[in-house]
Design a protein around this ligand. Structure first.
Ligand SMILES: [Zn+2]
Length: 249
């Protein structure tokens, strides 16, 4: 059936598209005999296995290839520490020569694809039509979405609890995107979208901007080459972003 691609809007045959990259699901299925464990927030629910990689028909083949080539290939390699130098510090992992803008664009592309996805695993993510359209226009011409619209922070997940998750376990963990509240200007609160994959947590702030320059290093892409992913204990539910942001709606 000929339908419109959601990125270029041309009519054509659509691919089964992924927001969080298919290769990450494949790695999990490969390590677990074709199955992923599905966690439930209900304590008494038994463990379920899943082969779902959260794909829906979204993009034509050309656009699918374009996003893979522009963002995914580089970012997944860099975040896995392949072909890039990084230093493991006491409080995080420091990359000093990566294309931070590309990694930020990669996260923005996942956000957009999750927002327009019909997969129930992405139902928490619904951006305004205006923001979706603005991201679409940028992705379509391979340019970056304004930092006044979207800011991205990243953390490297660790688990120091005895008998806790190993680094390998954490790399093989994907969570459905979820939302957290954070407070911006007095009395106002806003949402932050959280993505977990490849052993990282990414926090995406919508329509907010740091109140002053001292927070610049917190966000991916503001320094073009350097970024420190601070460690974040996976078991601690951090409800506070520790940065001061202004809402610019
Ligand atoms: Zn297309």
């Amino acid at each position: 059936m000929e339908v419109k691609c959601k990125l270029c809007r041309c009519k054509g045959k659509l691919c089964n598209s992924h927001a969080i990259p298919d290769s990450l699901f494949k790695a999990i299925f490969r390590d677990n005999s074709g199955k992923a464990i599905k966690l439930s927030s209900l304590d008494d629910k038994p463990i379920e296995y899943s082969q779902d990689s959260w794909a829906t028909e979204q993009l034509c083949e050309a656009c699918e290839k374009k996003l893979n080539k522009n963002y995914e290939l580089y970012s997944l390699k860099a975040l896995s520490g392949k072909n890039v130098d990084f230093t493991r510090l006491d409080d995080g992992v420091l990359f000093e020569s990566i294309d931070t803008q590309k990694i930020r664009d990669f996260i923005v592309a996942i956000l957009w694809r999750a927002s327009i996805s019909e997969s129930p695993n992405y139902k928490a993510i619904e951006l305004s039509n205006k923001l979706n359209e603005s991201i679409r226009l940028s992705l379509n011409i391979s340019s970056s979405v304004s930092k006044r619209k979207i800011l991205v922070r990243g953390f490297k997940l660790i688990d120091t609890a005895e008998g806790g998750f190993t680094r390998e376990n954490l790399r093989n963990f994907i969570s459905s995107p979820f939302l957290r509240n954070y407070s911006v200007d007095e009395g106002k609160s806003s949402k932050v979208v959280c993505l977990v994959f490849l052993g990282y947590l990414f926090e995406i702030f919508i329509n907010s901007y740091p109140k002053d320059n001292s927070y610049r290093h917190e966000f991916i892409g503001l320094d073009k080459k350097k970024y420190k992913f601070k460690f974040q204990e996976i078991t601690i539910n951090c409800g506070h972003p520790n940065v001061e942001l202004s809402n610019i709606n």
